[in-house]
Design a protein. Structure first.
Length: 419
């Protein structure tokens, strides 16, 4: 018997093959007790948040399960509230209400209007923004030998001019056919290489029946996908691709588990050798390179929630805890090197914050943390990305980043692993 066409396929909303979790929200104390951090990320993909919501936090950072304030009503989907003191250089792109937004020093502009867009990132020259658009289409696929009709969520890799001067362009679609059947594979988190020739992303192409969501490369000239063929922990797959600005290395997260706890590890992929090694021990995700490639902002998971940290880009050593509220994640580094923007949960609302750094690397301190948006309800699964034109940037340090990430390992509380 064929299901009605309005049924969702068994994999719908579940890029890691773990079952539907669209309505899952758990208290922060339970986050690390879940099967894996991939579930946290998966809930982010569904619009949930990675920790408890509601109530008020009367204790210190991480108390009350990481809850940071009373519930607040988010602004309408077509409004982003920018505080008067939200001053910064360049432009930050993020997603809200299924659309792509670009925020500058004094305002936020809605760039797309499909209501189906997420996961934006800049091209190196700031001319383009790459993102995922998800369409609802009819499909048919055999399950246990019986062909059944489904409504599919079909992801597409898109790009749009940052100035909004042209219609968005389609680069690749996850929809495919096999005989008379039509289905879709995942396309997630596109990140354009510095030379503009390759988009790193996460996908289970070409056959979602047998593949898990892993690091793949999309050729921008041919539109063809190439699997990086990096090791996975079973079906848990990969996430969070991030190019080093010189294009020689790419970071990604290999999801894992340690008993009942999630154990994500940031991996560093050598582009020339097509090999990868662990940059960190378990408990880190959402990496973001500094402009000089020497440092990595990342999200650290713990029993208290998620916080933003700075790591040594060669050894993975934790250098600075940027936040300690248990409710911050998905950092993006200012190309000027003087600040880190990140998503933050207050009550039930996700907003963008900026930590301004003081001092010289690697001995920064956090000078202040300010709100870049208020009660705006940004999409928690869409990591922000920051661009500043080259002629507005300070000179880079005179010495280049280590090409192979070698260097003496240093013991830290994070248990970092030197490449």
């Amino acid at each position: 018997m064929t299901r009605a066409a309005d049924q969702r396929p068994p994999r719908a909303g579940d890029p890691y093959g773990l079952g539907p979790v669209a309505s899952w929200i758990a208290p922060i104390g339970a986050v690390v007790g879940l099967v894996l951090v991939g579930i946290v990320t998966l809930s982010l993909l569904q619009g949930a948040v990675p920790f408890g919501i509601g109530g008020s936090n009367t204790g210190g950072p991480g108390s009350a399960g990481g809850v940071t304030g009373p519930a607040r009503t988010a602004a309408p989907s077509n409004v982003v509230v920018v505080p008067q003191d939200a001053k910064f250089d360049g432009s930050i792109v993020y997603a809200k209400g299924g659309n792509i937004w670009v925020q500058t020093n004094d305002s936020a502009k809605q760039l797309t209007n499909s209501g189906k867009d997420s996961m934006p990132s800049w091209s190196l020259d700031g001319q383009w923004i790459y993102y995922i658009q998800t369409l609802r289409e009819q499909g048919r696929w055999p399950v246990k030998g019986v062909s059944r009709a489904y409504v599919l969520d079909v992801p597409q890799v898109m790009r749009v001019r940052a100035d909004g001067g042209a219609q968005p362009e389609l680069l690749a679609s996850g929809k495919f056919s096999r005989g008379s059947d039509t289905y879709a594979y995942w396309l997630r988190q596109p990140a354009l290489s510095p030379d503009g020739k390759t988009v790193a992303l996460m996908s289970d192409a070409p056959n979602p029946d047998t593949n898990t969501v892993v690091l793949q490369f999309l050729d921008t000239a041919t539109g063809k996908l190439r699997n990086a063929k990096m090791e996975t922990n079973g079906v848990l797959g990969h996430q969070d691709p991030e190019w080093r600005p010189d294009g020689q290395f790419l970071l990604y997260v290999r999801n894992g588990r340690d008993g009942s706890r999630g154990a994500p590890v940031i991996m560093r992929y050598n582009v020339a050798r097509a090999t990868a090694r662990a940059l960190t021990s378990a408990g880190y995700l959402y990496p973001a390179y500094s402009r000089d490639g020497r440092y990595v902002a990342a999200t650290r998971t713990s029993a208290f929630g998620t916080d933003v940290v700075i790591l040594d880009g060669g050894t993975g050593v934790e250098l600075l805890r940027v936040t300690d509220d248990g409710a911050s994640w998905a950092p993006t580094w200012s190309p000027a090197g003087d600040g880190i923007a990140f998503l933050h949960l207050s009550g039930q609302t996700v907003d963008l914050k900026l930590a301004r750094l003081d001092g010289a690397a690697p001995r920064w301190t956090v000078k202040e943390t300010i709100d870049l948006t208020e009660v705006s309800g940004l999409e928690p699964a869409s990591k922000p990305d920051w661009f500043i034109p080259a002629d507005k940037l300070p000179p880079l340090p005179t010495s280049a980043p280590e090409p192979s990430g070698t260097g003496p390992p240093r013991a830290t509380p994070s248990g970092s692993i030197a490449p």
